[in-house]
Structures are given as C-alpha cells and as structure tokens.
Design a protein around this ligand. Structure first.
Ligand SMILES: *[C@@H]1O[C@H](CO)[C@@H](O)[C@H](O)[C@H]1NC(C)=O
Ligand SMILES: *[C@@H]1O[C@H](CO)[C@@H](O)[C@H](O)[C@H]1NC(C)=O
Ligand SMILES: *[C@@H]1O[C@H](CO)[C@@H](O)[C@H](O)[C@H]1NC(C)=O
Ligand SMILES: *[C@@H]1O[C@H](CO)[C@@H](O)[C@H](O)[C@H]1NC(C)=O
Ligand SMILES: *[C@@H]1O[C@H](CO)[C@@H](O)[C@H](O)[C@H]1NC(C)=O
Ligand SMILES: *[C@@H]1O[C@H](CO)[C@@H](O)[C@H](O)[C@H]1NC(C)=O
Ligand SMILES: *[C@@H]1O[C@H](CO)[C@@H](O)[C@H](O)[C@H]1NC(C)=O
Length: 827
C-alpha cells in the first residue's frame, strides 16, 4: 500500500510542462530480421545485419521468417531468431536501476522449426526470468529488472540439446527512476499488514495490467509503451459494477502518481458500485479475480485510483481487500491527494498467491461514509510476480553464474502474460500517435537521500585542510581529482555504499589524512541534474556552519558529478526516531537536535546577504554526527531567497509530501516560512516518533500535522507522544514545545514564527526541561497573539523562569537577539 511516489520520495512536480519520457537506455531489436520494421511506430532494428548483429555475442542461432504471414499481421512478427544452443545478447547500460525487458513471442511454422514447440529459459545477467514452452498465441513477456552493471546480458537457453528457443523481438529500456521504489509497499497476509522493503531488488514479471472501467490502452497511449486491458473478463459480479468516465485530464499532483505510472486513460475511467441494482443491498463489494499459477510466488499488486466520481472532497471512503484480507481500511483519497479531486495515485501491496491459485481484489464501502454515499472505486490494477530461480535451479548452477542481478527470496514460476497481441494490434494500428506531454525523467540531485555528511572531524567544519583555500570568487579550489576519490572509496566499492537516491549512490570514503567523508556520485556520464549539482556546490562552498553539513569538495572530471561531504556517523534523524532503534533518544537529546537543526536553518535564512530557503526540510535531511549533533543536509533544492522588496520566490513546487507548506503548494510561492512549516512537522515527528504520513493508520491519523494539531488544540498532546518519552517530559516543557510546533504549522506563512523565533522558543523548552542554571536571561515566552514574526523584545522583558507572560516587547528584534546567540554558538 505504497503511495510510494506519494509518501516517501521527493516531489519533482512540474505543473505545466512535462516533457515526454525519454529513457537513457533503449534497445529495440527485431530478431532474425535484416530490415527495420516498426511496431506501434517504434523502429526495431534487425539483428541479422550490422550494427544490431553485434549485440548477439554467443551461441548458435539462425534467423527464420514466416513465408506466409497472415495478411494484416505485424511485420515485426514475420521473423524470429531461433536459438539452437545457449545464446546471448549483450547491451551496454548507461543508467543503473530498474529496466523494462520485453520479449515478443509470436510463433509461426518455419520450414525447419515449428516455433510452437520451443522449450527454453530466459536469463538476464545470470538471473532466471522465465521458462517458456508451447507458446500458442502471440505473447509479450515483460520483466522489470534492476541493473547495476554496465552490461546487460540476455541469454536464451534451450532446456535440452534436442529443443530450441526463439524470440521475434526484444525491448530493453530504462524505467523512470521512481517507477519501482524500495519504500511504501505493504505486505498483506494472515499476519496483517506491514512494510515491505527492497522491492527494487526483485525481478518482476507482469501478469496483468488492467484499465478498470475503460477500454484497451495500446502502447500508443502509454509513455512506457505498455498495454492495459479492460477489466470486464475478471469482474466476478458484473451487475454489481458501474463504469464512470470523465473527459477531463487527471489533476496530477506533486507526490501523486505520474503519467509514467499509468496513462491518463487509466485514471479517467473506473468501476464503482452499481447502486441502482437494489437486489444487492446498500453495502457490497466489487470483486475481480485474476487466475494465476499457485506456485507460492509473491506478487506486487499496484492499484491505481483517481476520484472522478465525488462531487466534493471527503465523500468517498472505502476498503480494499486482497485475497480476503483487509489491505487498506477507510481509504480516503481526499486526504492522500492534497485535498484535490481527480488526483491520480497508486498504492502497492505485496501478497502471495499460495493456496489461492488466483488473486482476488475487492473494494467495498467504509463505515465512515454516510450510507447514502456508500461507494468504492478502482481505476487500474497491475499484478506483477516476483520471479526467482531458487526452487527451480540448483545451487551449483547458480554458483557458476555471475549473479549480477539481485534476486529476491521468492519462488519463481510462470504463467503467460495475458496479453493477446493480435487484439491489441487490431485496435492499435488504427490509432494516431500523439502522446501527451510528459515529465522528463529527472535524475535530479534533488532527490538526495544521502546520509553521510557531517563530520566527526571538526577540522572540516571550519574549512578543512582540503577546503581551506576556497576563495571569495569561486569554488575551484574545492576540486578533488577523480583519482583521489577512487582511492578514497576503494574505487566505489559496493560494500561502502551508505545511501542511494535517484542521482546515484553515496559511498563512505576516507580522504587523505583519515578524514571520513560521504561521496555522492551522480550516474556517470549522465549530465541530468547538472544545474542542481552546480547549485549545490555554489551554495555549499559559501557556507560553513556547525549545523550545516559541510561540503569537502567536488569532482567534475570525466563527466562525473561527485560531491564530497563530511561524514555523519549516526545518519538521518528519522532513523534515530523510528528506524530499527537501538536506543531511543532522550527528550533532552531530541531538543538539542531540534535546536541544532533550527540553528542551521536560521543561519540559512538570515546568515547571508541573500538568505537561502532550504525547501526540503524533513527528518531524513537532518543528519546526526557521532555525538548526535544535528546538521541540515541536502541543498540540491535550495534557492536563494527573496531580495530586498520581493517577498517570495516563485518556482516549481518541490518538497516532500507530508512536509509541504500548504500555502506554498496553493500559491507556488516560496518563502522562508515554507521551511518553518516543514520544521513544525519535524518537531511533531520528533515528539511522536512516527512518519509525517503513514497511510496504514486510521484516516484521521494518516497525516501527522493534522493529527498532532488536533491533540495540541485539545491540550492533550501527551496522548500521542512517543511511548519512550512517557514520564520523561516536564509538562511545561511539553506545553511550550507543542505551542511552538503549532505556530510553525499555521496555515498562512505570515502567521508563522521565523526560524529565529522557533530557535528561541526551543531553547526555552530545553530550559524548562533541564531547569535553569545560574542567572539565566531566560528566553521570552511569547504568547499566542504575539508569537508571530515581527515580535520585538526588550531586554527588560527577558524574564526569569516563571509563568506565562503577556509582556509587551519593543526595541530589539528577535533576530538581533538571535544573531548574538549565534555568534557565540554557531561556528
Ligand atoms: C520442456 O522441457 C522440460 C524439461 O526438459 C520438460 O519437463 C517439459 O515437459 C518440456 N515441455 C514441453 C512442452 O515439451
Ligand atoms: C498450447 O496448446 C497446448 C495444446 O493445445 C497446451 O497443452 C498448452 O498448455 C498450451 N500452451 C499454453 C502456454 O497455453
Ligand atoms: C552501477 O553500479 C555499479 C556498482 O553498484 C557500478 O560498478 C557501475 O559502474 C554503475 N554503472 C553506472 C552506469 O552507473
Ligand atoms: C442486479 O443484480 C443481480 C445479481 O445480484 C442480477 O441478477 C441482476 O441482473 C441485476 N440487475 C440489474 C438491473 O443489473
Ligand atoms: C467484502 O469482502 C471482504 C473480504 O472478503 C469481507 O470481509 C467483507 O465482509 C465484504 N463486505 C461486504 C459488504 O460484503
Ligand atoms: C505512425 O506513423 C505514421 C507514419 O509516420 C503516421 O502517419 C501515424 O500517424 C503514426 N501513428 C501514430 C499513432 O503516431
Ligand atoms: C489514445 O491516443 C489517441 C491519440 O492520441 C486518442 O485519440 C485516443 O483517444 C487515446 N485512447 C485512449 C483510450 O485514451
């Protein structure tokens, strides 16, 4: 139940222009052909002649062709290559990550070979994909495979020396980087629902791809050239369902699904409850049954939703069941989609088909809806099997192969993909090609999830030996030779990987005189994300602060994009809050971390002639060093703030779901108050030790900001705090903390405090917790009405620790007070 895009990843939302998806790697081969036939207007190059014949690197094979192809049949299917011994194709791969592999199998009878009787297996970089025998119809077998090497080797192996394998065409192309992600999928079985990780390392074979309530979608209408078939044949009780459709294009939102996840036409149609049929009663489920081999394999079920039936928000609440288990209770599309109707999103579930022999998907109304509004919808469904050779092939066989592709721990098997190609062709060929504009595949430095940054070595914070010489006019002296980086990371040794993101990998490294560093390396050769790369260098090279992760250097030799940061031993704050926690942080530690991060942010906002807005504050971007000192990381999204009289910077909305300032989202205007909002969410995250958005929780709890504000306003915040903190927090400290976080989450930026105010208040919260030491000039407790931005404070109003104040403040702006604090404290 992942709303992967949605929840855990960076938003790369370009509201108005979205260029077509262009894969970095793409190979389309017509097997056994010396011409270049087209298929859905894509040209497949014949592998019998140069240059495509060079891909064929090993084995014995022959080209065959169909002498009497049926009229109207696809030229792509008039030829095939027959593999009489284990044979392989090798493709150079430029981009690491998930790739789509498609094998077109359309048997015909050639004089020497009746292709129907082929019996063979297909492998990718030594990992088993599929076993194929007796192909009767045209099928396209599609796989998603993660490739982390520079080469993809596809191998066809006849099962014995007396049989053969074949293929008519092969497609290999890189997927958009967020198509399959490691976060957000939910495992559903008799034990309940829980997180499932490592989805990207699984090999997935497409079994069904369904456009619910709609018609056949051909590769013409899909940016990844997929085929979506109608759901009718799978509906258990057809009379229970009613189609709904819209003519309006979906309302794509940051963090929701994109056109690469499913095309418009999937989101523009759906099935809903047919309430006109009174024989069914008020409450009933819509159920689809998808036959599968009961081989015990796990399956990824991706369900696509887009509420095109409600007339207003918060009308539709429904339940999702898979194989009879409750998979998602009270699904509320309004709250998951930024409170906008017609917003596409998807949810990922992992289930196993063992004992069922099929997968059953149901949706039915939730008790949360008023009974006259009972409804449930589904727009699209994909069922992908996790393939693994484990039980089919011996260990010995596996050992001698070079396992490039990482294979997950599940059982393999195969069922033909239910794609009858002939039907597609009949419909598809008549269509005009005119694909909708699409988002560019962005390999941004923007989605940095690196933790690594932050030094154990305080030398670095002050400008280390490596970084001392950067001058006022540039950062060239921060350049590090590629050879040094190779040395530091043991030539990018996999075992040193400490993080990853869309841009590539983060390695731990040791530079020069034993300085621990985090090395963030963009996908070599790809210059996507170059602007962010330079932004990050430009910004980071100018700033040094104890609470900001320092840039040690960078490398742009040989079309590399590498950033080297101080290393942060304890990783992201999030991990220390609700990762696999070793020892929970104390309240005092948490406050110190919040204060540190607030200091870093305050410095960004004010420490420059031209302030910097971070734009992506969240618990994964606050890193901790070995002493739990917090440092703010990831400036890839940063933009310099307003100058002089401008009060905002208008820019494409970026940020992370659950942390995004609603005002920023509405008006697409960025101010430093957007960071304050996100920081408020972090404050509650720290207190409650739960994610900003958790779709597994009951509807009203999903969004932490809403949930925590609800309790804060009732004055009962203690009800939802991290159980580890119970009994630890001084009530006045908690009260002040709750108020501070609440202020940060004000709807309008103008009502939110500055980071300086937040910092001040957090210092006060800490004092309330630990008690006052000698002669403190206690921070002012600013009450509700005065709290916001422009409060001025007079020194005489800085009171001793006592009760709440109603002081009237004048003379010295908070900012000035803070700059003093900072001069002492921030380095
Ligand atoms: C394919 O080969 C396997 C292994 O030799 C065998 O078990 C199977 O019966 C064969 N299938 C067909 C349809 O010949
Ligand atoms: C193809 O047809 C044969 C004989 O009719 C049948 O045994 C076999 O299962 C079919 N193969 C597939 C993949 O449907
Ligand atoms: C992919 O990653 C592997 C190690 O994880 C590395 O050796 C290889 O060079 C990378 N390839 C590309 C194109 O980034
Ligand atoms: C109503 O549903 C029943 C099955 O429960 C079905 O037999 C009947 O044909 C349906 N009526 C209409 C008008 O769809
Ligand atoms: C819908 O299906 C689920 C799972 O099979 C079942 O528990 C539930 O009672 C059904 N709801 C209705 C209204 O039939
Ligand atoms: C496919 O290409 C042909 C010839 O270039 C063109 O006429 C046709 O409109 C294209 N079809 C689509 C769906 O783009
Ligand atoms: C597919 O695309 C064509 C041309 O872009 C359009 O006319 C057609 O309606 C689309 N089909 C669907 C199902 O959206």
């Amino acid at each position: 139940m992942a709303i992967s895009k949605f929840l855990f990843l960076l938003l790369l939302f370009l509201p108005f222009s979205s260029p077509e998806f262009v894969p970095s790697d793409i190979y389309l081969l017509s097997c056994g052909s010396s011409s270049s036939p087209t298929f859905f207007n894509r040209t497949f190059v014949g592998d019998s002649v140069k240059p495509a014949s060079d891909f064929l690197t090993a084995g014995r094979s022959v080209a065959v062709s169909n002498r009497n192809p049926p009229p109207d049949s696809e030229p792509l299917y008039h030829t095939a290559r027959v593999f009489t011994s284990a044979s392989s194709y090798r493709f150079n791969i430029k981009k690491n990550g998930t790739h789509l592999l498609r094998f077109h199998l359309s048997p015909f009878s050639a004089p020497e070979f009746a292709l129907h009787s082929a019996n063979f297996t297909i492998w990718a970089n030594g990992a088993f994909l599929s076993m194929i025998s007796r192909v009767n119809d045209s099928v396209i077998k599609e796989f998603m495979v993660r490739i982390d090497t520079n080469v993809l080797e596809i191998e066809f192996k006849p099962v014995s020396s007396t049989v053969f394998g074949f293929a008519n065409a092969i497609e290999v192309f890189s997927a958009p980087k967020e198509l399959i992600t490691d976060n957000g999928a939910k495992l559903v079985d008799s034990y309940g629902v829980r997180e499932y990780y490592k989805l990207t390392s699984q090999i997935l074979e497409t079994k069904y791809r369904i456009n619910v309530g709609g018609s056949l979608v051909t590769p013409f209408n899909d940016s990844l050239w997929r085929t979506w078939v109608p759901d009718e044949p799978f509906l258990v009780l057809k009379s229970a369902a009613k189609v709904a459709a819209t003519f309006h294009a979906p309302n794509y939102q940051a963090g929701g699904a994109t056109r690469e996840d499913a095309p418009d036409s999937v989101y523009m149609t759906l099935q809903q409850m047919n309430k006109e049929n009174s024989t069914l009663g008020a409450k009933f489920n819509l159920t689809w049954n998808f036959p599968l081999e009961s081989n015990g394999a796990k399956h990824l079920i991706r369900l696509h939703f887009c509420d095109i039936v409600s007339s207003a928000l918060n009308q539709l609440y429904f339940n999702v069941y898979i194989n009879g288990y409750s998979a998602y209770r009270d699904l509320d599309l309004s709250s998951l989609s930024f409170h906008q109707l017609s917003t596409p999103l998807y949810v990922d579930f992992i289930v196993d088909s063992a004992g069922f022999g099929n997968i059953q998907i149901s949706v039915g109304p939730s008790d949360l809806s008023s009974s006259f509004r009972y409804n449930a919808i589904l727009n699209g469904a994909e069922i992908l099997e996790m393939v693994n050779a484990k039980d089919m092939f011996s260990e010995a066989e596996k050992k001698k192969r070079n396992l490039w592709v990482i294979v997950g721990p599940v059982v393999g098997g195969f069922v033909g993909l239910c794609l009858v190609v002939a039907a597609i062709l009949a419909l598809g060929c008549k269509r005009r090609k005119k694909r909708k504009p699409r988002r560019a595949e962005s390999a941004g430095w923007t989605s940095v999830q690196a933790y690594g940054g932050g030094s154990s070595d305080s030398k670095l914070s002050r400008g280390s030996t490596l970084a001392t010489s950067f001058g006022p006019n540039g950062y060239h002296s921060l350049k590090i030779p590629f050879a040094d980086i190779q040395l530091a990371t043991n030539d990018f040794d996999k075992s040193l990987i400490i993080g990853s993101g869309g841009f590539g990998m983060v390695y731990k490294g040791v530079l020069g005189d034993n300085i621990n560093v985090a090395v963030k390396r963009g996908v070599p050769g790809s210059r996507q994300g170059l602007p962010e790369f330079h932004t990050e260098i430009a910004i980071l090279s100018k700033i040094r602060h104890h609470h900001l992760v320092s840039l040690v250097g960078y490398c742009d030799e040989q079309s590399e994009m590498i950033l080297v940061y101080e290393y942060m031993e304890k990783g992201p704050l999030k991990k220390q809050l609700y990762g696999p926690i070793v020892s929970p942080l104390s309240w005092k530690q948490r406050l110190e971390i919040c204060i540190g991060a607030a200091r870093g942010l305050h410095y960004l906002h004010t420490g420059f002639a031209q302030g910097i807005i971070h734009r992506d504050i969240k618990s994964t971007n606050i890193l901790l060093d070995e002493n739990y000192v917090a440092k703010v990381a990831d400036f890839g999204l940063s933009r310099s703030g307003p100058r002089l009289d401008e009060t905002h910077v208008s820019t494409g909305v970026k940020g992370s779901f659950g942390y995004l300032d609603p005002e920023y989202f509405r008006r697409q205007q960025l101010t430093d108050k957007s960071d304050v909002y996100s920081f408020g969410v972090v404050l509650f995250e720290v207190l409650c030790a739960r994610p900003a958005v958790d779709p597994l929780l009951a509807r009203e709890q999903v969004n932490l900001a809403e949930w925590a504000l609800h309790w804060q306003r009732k004055g009962m915040l203690e009800k939802i705090i991290d159980p580890h903190l119970v009994g630890q927090i001084n009530p006045s400290s908690l009260k002040k903390y709750g108020e501070t976080a609440e202020k940060c989450l004000a709807d309008y930026g103008i009502d939110r405090p500055t980071m300086g105010d937040v910092l001040w208040n957090l210092e006060y919260v800490l004092q309330l917790q630990v008690g006052i030491q000698t002669e403190p000039l206690e921070p002012v407790d600013i009450d509700d009405s005065d709290f916001p931005t422009s409060t001025a404070i007079h020194p005489s109003n800085l009171r001793r620790h006592s009760d709440e104040s109603t002081g009237n403040y004048s003379d010295i702006s908070t900012t000035k007070v803070f700059s003093q604090l900072l001069t002492n404290d921030g380095r």
